[in-house]
Write a protein that binds this ligand. Structure first.
Ligand code: PLP
Length: 258
C-alpha cells in the first residue's frame, strides 16, 4: 500500500505502528468533530459553512496520515520544518495536494521550500521575499505568500516552542505587501497570524482583522486571512478567518519536539 512507507518515516515516531484502518477511523472521527465545530462557529458568526478552509497541519505525523486525510477531503496540508516537509510532500506527490509552509523560514531554505510549497504563509521580512522570488524564478513556479503578522510584539513573553516566534510588526505589513506585488514570481494572498499564548484570542484576532482590512483596501485580491488553530478556531471564525491551521484537533497530540 502506498501509505506504508509513511509508517516507518522518522516523523511517525510519535505514533504506534498500528492498523491503518484504526488510524483511518480515528482521523475520520476527528475530522467529523472538527467539521461540526467549524459549522457551529460559522452559524454563530452568521457565515456560510463553506467560507472557511482547513489547512491540516501534519508536522510530526507520517505521510500515511496525509494520505488518509486527503481521502477524507483535506486537500490543503501545512508543515513548519523544511527537512520534514520536503520528503513528506514527495511521498504524497501523486495526491496533488496544496502544500503550505507555515514555519519560520531561513533564506537558505527558500529554494527547497519553493520546490514543493504552493503557499508560504510565514513571510515576515524583505530579504525573505527577495529570496523566495529568486527561488521561485529558478524553479519556474509561482508561489503564493501571506504576510505573517506578530500579534504580540510588545509582550516579549513565552514563545510557543512548537511555533517559534516570527511575524512582522503591524506597521511593516503594508510595506512588505507592496514589496511582494513588485516581484515577478510571488502572489500576495493575504495575512497569517498565531494568537499569543495565554491571552483571550479575540483581541489579537480582531487586530489581525483590522490589519487585513487596511491591506485589502490597497490589494483587494489578497483575501486570505489565516488565523486559528485547534484551541481557538471558534474565535478565529468569529473574527473572519478564511483559513484555519489545524493540527492536534485532526491528528491528535504531538510528542514534544526534541
Ligand atoms: C503547529 C501549528 C499549527 C497547528 O497547531 P494545533 O494547535 O495543533 O492546531 C498552526 N499554525 C502553525 C504556524 C503551527 O506551527
Amino acid at each position: 500500500m502506498a501509505g506504508d512507507s509513511g509508517l516507518t518515516s522518522p516523523w511517525g515516531a510519535s505514533r504506534r505502528e498500528g492498523d491503518v484502518a484504526d488510524r483511518r477511523a480515528e482521523l475520520a472521527a476527528n475530522a467529523e468533530a472538527v467539521r461540526s465545530r467549524i459549522a457551529a462557529a460559522c452559524t454563530a458568526a452568521g457565515r456560510p459553512a463553506d467560507s472557511v478552509r482547513v489547512v491540516a497541519i501534519t508536522k510530526t505525523w507520517p505521510a500515511s496520515d496525509v494520505r488518509l486525510l486527503a481521502g477524507l477531503g483535506f486537500r490543503d496540508v501545512g508543515e513548519n520544518r523544511d527537512q520534514e516537509a520536503r520528503p513528506k510532500a514527495a511521498q504524497c506527490a501523486d495526491l496533488e495536494l496544496t502544500w503550505h509552509f507555515v514555519g519560520q523560514l531561513q533564506r537558505n531554505k527558500a529554494a527547497s521550500v519553493v520546490s514543493y510549497a504552493h503557499v508560504v504563509q510565514s513571510v515576515d521580512r524583505a530579504r525573505l521575499i527577495a529570496a523566495l522570488d529568486r527561488a521561485a524564478e529558478q524553479a519556474g513556479r509561482r508561489v503564493g505568500v501571506c504576510i505573517q503578522v506578530d500579534l504580540d510584539p510588545e509582550a516579549g513573553g513565552e514563545a510557543d516552542p512548537h511555533l517559534g516566534r516570527g511575524g512582522a510588526r503591524a506597521d511593516q505589513v503594508l510595506a512588505l505587501a507592496d514589496l511582494v506585488v513588485t516581484t515577478q514570481n510571488l502572489d500576495l494572498l493575504g495575512v497569517m497570524a498565531v494568537a499569543p499564548l495565554g491571552v483571550d484570542p479575540r483581541g489579537p484576532f480582531d487586530r489581525l482583522a483590522a490589519i487585513h482590512r487596511s491591506l485589502l483596501a490597497l490589494h483587494p485580491t489578497a483575501l486570505m486571512r489565516s488565523a486559528g488553530m485547534s484551541a481557538d478556531l471558534e474565535a478565529a471564525v468569529l473574527a473572519g478567518a478564511t483559513h484555519l491551521r489545524l493540527g492536534s484537533a485532526l491528528l491528535g497530540h504531538r510528542e514534544p519536539l526534541k
